[in-house]
Design a protein around this ligand. Sequence first.
Ligand code: SF4
Length: 256
Amino acid sequence: MSAEPSSPTRTAAELSRAWEELDTREILRRAHSRFGPRLAVGSAFGKDGVVLLHLLRTQGYDFPVLFLDTGYHFPETLAYRDELARELSLSVVNLSPSESVDAQGARLGAELFARNPDLCCELRKVEPMRAALRGYSAWFTGLRRDQSPARAATPVVEWQELSSDGAGVFKVNPLARWSRGAVEEYLAGSGLPAHPLWGRGYPSVGCAPCTRAVAPGAPEREGRWAGTGKTECGIHGSAWPGRPSLGLPTPALAAD
Ligand code: SF4
């Protein structure tokens, strides 16, 4: 009987099984060994991302840090990004959408985030991230299983399709097994500055119009797109614009 043909999805599943029980630093080492210089890190400078960046820098790695500069960040987030970049000597790559907030508003109407947050995220986060990831073999994320039910099955390694032509990238989630408490403990011991909003009721900070403060001890992502039913921006999925399962109108249709 012939062996099942290899595929990126199969390779990712095999790596994920093999790396599941490894120490986080060993996962970083193996990812570097396997994917070499064509690795990047995606980070919004949230708590998990900062842990990951600190782990990488203290192990001597200097991968490009892909930051989605959506035009809607809190000023505190941009200042924190710059502070961490200095503190950890990071190579930050700011990814901008194809249109400014004003140009998007002129074409699709103001405050698209309030009318169609999926489309707003598609234009301001998913498209720029997918375009950037085409230049890499793999990327690290700070995803954790206990962040939300939607992330409970996060594997250590997965294959992420970027387009319908089969192009894709390996996604490595070294913190998949970490708990919220472990992240807090690591940060407390790291000596790194904290995002100023973390202590003001924002355990997870996204774009300002789509992030609210939450009560102490609330689920950490409760303040993201609160009251809309939306839980993810879309950059971690394998759908691409135009794919039927994405269920998004095209920008031209949305303008009607
Ligand atoms: S988080 Fe909100 S403002 Fe930011 S891209 Fe998504 S919908 Fe737009």
